[in-house]
Design a protein around this ligand. Structure first.
Ligand code: TRP
Ligand code: SF4
Length: 400
């Protein structure tokens, strides 16, 4: 119905590390050539947990965008913007909040988890409770179909779907909807119109999901329809409602677990990270001082890669041949640990090389960065404004 769009956001709460690169950014880079992508800096979301230390956010915003660009996110393909520069997100958040049951927010698993986990912060706030609803507004305002997120964010996308469904149910009424929908059917041309109506009956009377999908595909292809008619026909398929805010889908990032320099998952809270643009001498130092299999006290002691965090990094960075060399050399004490670490160091430095090069352009000329974001904000804002016009109208707020 709506142009296929991908939307995702990231909170600017510190340096991006190689876990972000392998887990998120590589995926964004792949998606940007497949779909129109919208990637944004979720600075308001960062404030929900960092309202006492906003300077952290301020410092991270531009660095984070540089990291995205360094990783290969291409501003000529994807639209990059900052959440707070598109204030329509806040308006939609407010309007959605009117009809969102408190229970939906309290039930989101991240809510209680995070309050528990971030004990040093007082998250008993209105803003933090509203976090997933703000995220719903971020997604729905672009009527995005696909939302690439990690496992932990799936409940937020699920809630977004519920919010959209409820919104369409409450506000998707239109005077003479049925008549208008039938008029729109005619515009499909007689052959398509007949098929559409048959598929609709198959779904509504017999619950045939496949028919529903076919009918949606048919609408997707029908070029003769205006935007409003298309929305009506999508709504007409499933009931007598107009779909104003379509339901998005989570696009699960394949769970590539990036190990940190202690073998646990790489994460800022474990203090085991390597930044996307970590200086080479720091990378070398961090890897060289990494713990290894405790059984290898002396160079002559044999070890077992299964008990060594360095091995975890080999599984990310090394080919079969190198991994065999490690396995054999470790178990026979044929290689030393520093020797074993060298291919990992080389691979990380090689991975970072093009990132440093891409970043340099923006470090040399920050105005380039500002203009990419300014353009992205303009583009995002146009779409957001269009959605808000329809939302206000549907909610009876178009008095002028
Ligand atoms: N909550 C997301 C995270 O912590 C960030 C985010 C905010 C987001 N708004 C979004 C992600 C909209 C996807 C879509 O990672
Ligand atoms: Fe770990 Fe490699 Fe040393 Fe074995 S040789 S303990 S895998 S660093």
């Amino acid at each position: 119905m709506f142009a296929e769009r991908v939307l995702s956001g990231m909170r600017p709460t510190g340096n991006l590390h190689l876990g972000h690169y392998h887990g998120v950014l590589k995926n964004w880079v792949r998606l940007q050539s497949e779909y129109p992508c919208f990637f944004f800096v979720a600075d308001w979301h960062a404030l929900t947990t960092h309202y006492e230390t906003p300077d952290v956010i301020e410092q991270s915003v531009w660095d984070m965008v540089i990291d995205w660009l360094a990783a290969g996110v291409d501003p000529n393909q994807a639209t990059l913007f900052i959440q707070s520069k598109v204030p329509e997100h806040a308006e939609l958040f407010l309007l959605l909040s009117m009809g969102t049951p408190l229970g939906w927010l309290e039930r989101v698993p991240t809510y209680k988890d995070q309050i528990e986990k971030l004990k040093e912060k007082d998250l008993q706030t209105y803003g933090f409770l509203g976090y997933p609803l703000l995220q719903a507004a971020d997604i729905l305002i672009y009527r995005a179909q696909h939302v690439p997120v990690g496992e932990d964010q799936v409940p937020h996308v699920e809630m977004t779907r519920e919010v959209a469904r409820r919104f369409n149910y409450l506000y998707g009424r239109e005077p003479e909807f049925e008549e208008k929908a039938l008029e729109a059917v005619k515009k499909l041309g007689s052959k398509r119109a007949k098929m559409y109506l048959e598929l609709r009956v198959a779904f509504q009377e017999r619950g045939n999901e496949e028919a529903l999908e076919q009918a949606k595909a048919l609408l997707q292809e029908a070029q003769s329809l205006s935007m409003a008619d298309r929305e009506r026909l999508f709504g007409f398929l499933e009931g007598a409602r107009k779909i104003i805010l379509p339901e998005p889908q989570a696009l699960l990032t394949s769970a590539s677990r990036m190990p940190g320099i202690d073998g646990q998952k790489m994460s800022k809270s474990y203090g085991n990270t390597i930044s996307v643009r970590e200086q080479p001498d720091e990378v070398i130092k961090k890897i060289r001082t990494m713990p290894t299999d405790p059984a290898r006290v002396r160079r002559t002691d044999a070890g077992d890669p299964a008990r060594c965090p360095v091995w975890q990094l080999h599984t990310v960075y090394s080919n079969e041949e190198t991994k065999q060399w490690v396995d054999k050399g470790c178990k026979s004490a044929g290689i030393g640990c520093l020797e074993c670490k060298q291919p990992v160091i080389d691979a990380i430095l090689a991975e970072q090389q093009p990132m440093f090069e891409r970043a340099q352009k923006y470090l040399d000329d920050p105005s380039l960065l500002r203009s990419i974001i300014a353009d992205g904000c303009d583009k995002a804002r146009k779409i957001a404004q269009e959605t808000m016009r329809e939302v206000r109208e549907a909610m009876g707020l178009a008095y002028d």
